[in-house]
Design a protein around this ligand. Structure first.
Ligand code: NAD
Length: 556
C-alpha cells in the first residue's frame, strides 16, 4: 500500500450532494462546515488555515485538520469528539442527544490572558486564535457583516427616522473589508450614504462588487450628488477620496445637512489610520520606520475627526461609534469630549438583544443554491409582518453572492428561531430541500458574549465584564441537543477582552432533530432574554413575559 500523503496546505472544499463521506449527517455536517470554512472562497488565507479576522483559524495545523476530518468520518452517533484550540484531543462515549463535537478555543486563565502570553503559547504550538465563527466552523463569508450593518442602520432608522432612511444622508469613512458594507447597508435601508476613504483602490473595489454605487471626482461633486438624492428620496451611495480627518471637519464647517454620522476607518490600530499631511504612498514606510511619531500624529488626526463628529451631534445629527475604538484613541490625544456620542451596541443593538434577537444563519449542506432560495421563500412567508426582515430577505438574494456552501443570515429572536428551524426540518423531511441544513449563529448574539468594549458596553447594572453568561449559554446548548458547541476567548476585540460561545444544530428531517431544534432554538435566545432581564432592562422583562421565559427572581 502507498504511504499516506504528507499533511500540508492544499485547496479544501466541502463535499456537495447527498452521498455521505461520514457515517451519518450528524457527523457529515461538522465535517462539511469545517471544510467549508477553509474553502478558498471563504478563507482569507487558507494555506495558513486562517478563515478571517486577523488570524482566526479553523484548525491548529494541517495534521490536526486531517485528524479532525478522519475522526469525524469515523465518529458514531453515541460519540463526541473533543477539540482543544483546533486540535482533536479525544473521542468519548456519550449519547445521541449529546453534541458530536465540543470545542474550546484560545481560553487562558485571567492573569495570563494577554496577547504576548497567547503568542508565546501559540508559537509553542499549544493553542490557536479561534476568533468567533472561524474556530467554530460556521463562517459564511461577507454576508454576515453586510447583514449586521444593515440591521444597525435599520435600528437607527427605527430610533430616529420613522423606520426608514429614505430622505436621510449618512456620512461615514472607511471602505475596507468590513467598512465597505456600510454604503450597501445604508441604501438597503433606503438612505443616501457619503463615504470617505483615503485609498482609491479600496473605494474602486467597492464599486466593482456593487457595494458602492458611484465614486465622485471631488468633495463638491459628492456633496451635490448626495444632497440631490436626499431631496429626491433616492437610495444612492457615493464615495469620495480624501482624509476623513480633513473632510469631516470641512463638511461640518460648510453646514452640509447630514443626518447620521459614524466611522469605520481602522482606528483600533493607530498605524492603520492615515494622519493628515501624510501621503498615501508614504503611509506604510513611515508607520514602520517611526511608529511612535506616527501614532502621535494619527491620534491627533483622530481627535480632529472625533471633534467634528461631536460637532455634528451638537448640530442635531445622530452620531455613533461603530466599534473601531476611535473615541478611545481621540481621548488619548487629549480631546475631552470624545465619549460624548455612544457606541453602536448600547445605542441601537441592545434593545434587539433584550428580545433575544441576533444573527441567525443557516447553510445548505447540499451545496445547491436552490435549497437556500426555498428557505428564503419559507422565511418570507413565516414572518409577513416584520418589514425589516422582509426588505432584507428580498434584497439579499439579488445583492449577495454565495461564498462556499450557499447560506443565509437574518436576525430572528426568541419565538422565531425555533419556528424557522422546525420549518426547515420539515422541508428536509418532505424533500422540498435536497439535503439537510445546519443552523447556527455568530457569537455576537444576545446571550452568548461578554465583551465590555463592544457587546456588553455600558450594561444597565454595570455587569459588562461578567463572563458567566456565555459559559452558561454553552452549557445550555450542550444540554439542549446542539450538534456542536464551542467556548472561545478573545474573538472580535482581542485576547483578554471577550469570552463567547457558539452553537450549531442540524436539521436532517428526523423527528429527533425536530426535538433538538425546538429546545436549542428556544433556549439559546432565551439566554439573551434572561441575561438582559438580570441586568434590569424592562424590554427584556416584557419579552420574557411574552415568550414564557421563567425568571426565578426579580433583578437586584
Ligand atoms: P480595513 O483595514 O479593511 O479598512 C479600513 C479603511 O480605512 C481602509 O480602506 C483605509 O484606507 C481607510 N482609512 C484609514 N485611515 C483613513 C483616514 N484617515 N481617512 C479616510 N480613510 C481612512 O478595516 P475593516 O475590516 O473595514 O474594519 C474597520 C474598522 O471597523 C476596524 O477598526 C474594525 O475593528 C471595526 N469593525 C467593527 C465592527 C463592529 O463592531 N461592528 C465590525 C467590523 C469592523
Amino acid at each position: 500500500t502507498a504511504a499516506p500523503a504528507p499533511s500540508g496546505p492544499r485547496p479544501v472544499r466541502a463535499a456537495r450532494g447527498t452521498t455521505l463521506t461520514a457515517r451519518s449527517w450528524a457527523t457529515e455536517a461538522p465535517l462539511r462546515m469545517l471544510q467549508n470554512n477553509l474553502d478558498p472562497e471563504n478563507a482569507e488565507n487558507p494555506d495558513a488555515l486562517v478563515v478571517y479576522g486577523g488570524t482566526g483559524k479553523a484548525a491548529r495545523d494541517w495534521p490536526s485538520f486531517d485528524a479532525i476530518c478522519r475522526e469525524l468520518t469515523d465518529l458514531r452517533q453515541d460519540e463526541t469528539l473533543l477539540v482543544q484550540s483546533g486540535r482533536p484531543v479525544g473521542v468519548l462515549r456519550t449519547h445521541e442527544w449529546a453534541p458530536r463535537v465540543l470545542i474550546a478555543n484560545s481560553n487562558l486563565v485571567g492573569d495570563w490572558a494577554t496577547w504576548p502570553e497567547f503568542r508565546r503559547l501559540e508559537a509553542m504550538g499549544l493553542t490557536m486564535y479561534g476568533q468567533m465563527t472561524a474556530g467554530s466552523w460556521i463562517y459564511i463569508g461577507s454576508q454576515g457583516i453586510v447583514q449586521g450593518t444593515y440591521e444597525t442602520f435599520a435600528a437607527v432608522a427605527d430610533k430616529r427616522f420613522g423606520g426608514t432612511l429614505a430622505g436621510t444622508l449618512t456620512l461615514t469613512a472607511g471602505l475596507g473589508g468590513m467598512g465597505g458594507a456600510q454604503p450597501l447597508a445604508v441604501t438597503m435601508n433606503g438612505g443616501v450614504a457619503l463615504c470617505i476613504d483615503c485609498d482609491p483602490v479600496r473605494a474602486q473595489r467597492r464599486v466593482q462588487t456593487r457595494y458602492l454605487d458611484v465614486l465622485a471626482d471631488s468633495l463638491d461633486e459628492a456633496v451635490d450628488l448626495a444632497l440631490t438624492a436626499k431631496r429626491d428620496r433616492r437610495a444612492v451611495s457615493i464615495g469620495v477620496i480624501g482624509n476623513a480627518a480633513e473632510m469631516v471637519p470641512l463638511l461640518l464647517a460648510r453646514g452640509v445637512e447630514i443626518d447620521i454620522v459614524t466611522d469605520q476607518t481602522s482606528a483600533h490600530d493607530p498605524l492603520a489610520y492615515l494622519p493628515v499631511g501624510i501621503d498615501l504612498a508614504d503611509w506604510h514606510d513611515y508607520a514602520q520606520a517611526k511608529p511612535d511619531e506616527f501614532t502621535d500624529r494619527s491620534r491627533d488626526s483622530m481627535a480632529a475627526h472625533v471633534e467634528a463628529m461631536v460637532g455634528f451631534q451638537d448640530a442635531g445629527a445622530e452620531v455613533f461609534d461603530y466599534g473601531n475604538s476611535i473615541r478611545g484613541e481621540a481621548l488619548l490625544a487629549g480631546y475631552e469630549r470624545s465619549f460624548d456620542f455612544p457606541g453602536f451596541v448600547p445605542a441601537y443593538i441592545r434593545p434587539l438583544f433584550c428580545e433575544g434577537k441576533g444573527p441567525f444563519r443557516w447553510a445548505a449542506l447540499s451545496g445547491d443554491p436552490k435549497d437556500i432560495h426555498a428557505t428564503d421563500r419559507a422565511v418570507i412567508d413565516m414572518f409577513p409582518d416584520n418589514d425589516k426582515l422582509q426588505r432584507w430577505m428580498r434584497m439579499a438574494p439579488e445583492r449577495i453572492a454565495f461564498q462556499g456552501l450557499p447560506a443565509r443570515i437574518c436576525w430572528l429572536g426568541m419565538g422565531e428561531r425555533d419556528q424557522a428551524g422546525l420549518r426547515f426540518n420539515e422541508m428536509v423531511a418532505s424533500g422540498e430541500l435536497s439535503a439537510p441544513v445546519v443552523i447556527g449563529r455568530d457569537h455576537l448574539d444576545s446571550g452568548s458574549v461578554a465583551s465590555p468594549y463592544r457587546e456588553t458596553e455600558s450594561m444597565a447594572d454595570g455587569s459588562d465584564a461578567i463572563a458567566d453568561w456565555p459559559l452558561l449559554n454553552a452549557l445550555v446548548n450542550t444540554a439542549s441537543g446542539a450538534s456542536w458547541v464551542s467556548i472561545h476567548h478573545g474573538g472580535g476585540v482581542g485576547i483578554g477582552r471577550s469570552i463567547h460561545a457558539g452553537q450549531v444544530c442540524l436539521a436532517d428531517g428526523t423527528p429527533l432533530a425536530a426535538e433538538k431544534l425546538a429546545r436549542v432554538l428556544t433556549n439559546d435566545p432565551a439566554m439573551g432574554v434572561l441575561r438582559h432581564v438580570d441586568a434590569g432592562y424592562p424590554e427584556a422583562q416584557a419579552a420574557a413575559e411574552r415568550t414564557g421565559v421563567v425568571i426565578p427572581m426579580d433583578p437586584a
